[in-house]
Design a protein around this ligand. Structure first.
Ligand code: SF4
Ligand code: SF4
Length: 266
């Protein structure tokens, strides 16, 4: 079986340093990698687009970062709608042909992820190429992966069956694959961006209650509060949850997004 290209991004390890974004600019701005792509404009394009989300309320907040290049979909809507201009390679890389796509601004709207950008100067739709010009030249990773200092990005060239074992063992997920597009980009710890938490603190006699047993009834097992009496349940969907403290129902909350419930006196 043929080997395919896969990109894995760990949301929990991304610190928004933007090295990947800058590496992409360094590789593609003022560089023409034909026939793969024309040069990327200095401004406006974010082939590696780091999305940001703040969760919770002060002081119980966290920030998550989701680097999002073209997802190199197996069932790519862009390639389906513009088969003459966009090619899906055998290794999974999706490429916009710069000669055939010239002048076709409508290609930008064919991507459900918003990963295609319009180059006004060149009258060209453009996006992440997965650095196919480097891969075809023997590089083992694209520039963005090579530049990540935290190891948040990994790149694999594997047979599909082999990569599926990694998906299963690391619980990798595709990002908002609402149409069965089957991306070649997978995320680890995606809950940090897509799900919510309930956090709070337990007080006893006005003091932080370290060592209290807190659970979410029927949903999450007991955890022990830390030195500050704090607890945090993550990876929750919208809904109603009952916080149980030391075996007693303490508070019921309904959430649409992450919530700091404040202090609960016991
Ligand atoms: S993410 Fe968008 S541009 Fe990339 S392959 Fe999928 S549909 Fe095409
Ligand atoms: S794979 Fe290459 S083209 Fe795609 S975002 Fe990374 S550096 Fe840019």
């Amino acid at each position: 079986m043929a080997q395919e290209r896969y990109l894995v991004i760990d949301v929990a390890l991304c610190h928004d340093c933007n090295n990947c974004f800058i590496a992409c600019k360094d590789e593609h701005v003022m560089n023409q990698w034909l026939p793969y792509t024309e040069e990327q404009p200095r401004h406006g394009h974010r082939w590696m687009n780091i999305q940001r989300k703040e969760r919770g309320q002060y002081p119980r907040i966290d920030c998550s970062f989701l680097p999002m290049p073209c997802q190199h979909c197996t069932n790519a809507p862009c390639a389906k709608n513009f088969p003459d201009s966009i090619q899906k390679r055998g290794d999974g890389v999706v490429l916009i042909d710069p000669a055939k796509a010239k002048g076709k601004k409508e290609i930008v709207d064919s991507c459900p992820y918003g990963a295609i950008y319009w180059n006004e100067d060149l009258q060209l739709p453009q996006k992440c190429t997965l650095c196919a010009h480097l891969l075809d030249d023997g590089w083992e990773t694209p520039r963005c992966v090579h530049s990540c200092p935290t190891g948040a990005m990994r790149f694999y060239t594997l047979e599909k069956a082999e990569f599926e074992k990694i998906i299963a063992s690391e619980k990798l997920e595709a990002y908002r694959d609402k149409g069965g597009w089957n991306p070649h980009v997978f995320y680890k710890n995606l809950y940090r961006y897509e799900k919510s938490f309930i956090a709070g603190g337990i007080l006893k006699g006005g003091e932080c209650a370290e060592g209290a047993q807190v659970s979410l009834k029927g949903v999450a097992p007991e955890q022990t509060t830390n030195y500050f009496g704090d607890f945090k349940f993550d990876s929750l969907s919208p809904g109603e949850y009952t916080i149980v403290v030391n075996g007693k129902d303490a508070k019921t909350v309904k959430i649409d997004e992450s919530l700091n419930v404040g202090s609960i006196e016991i």
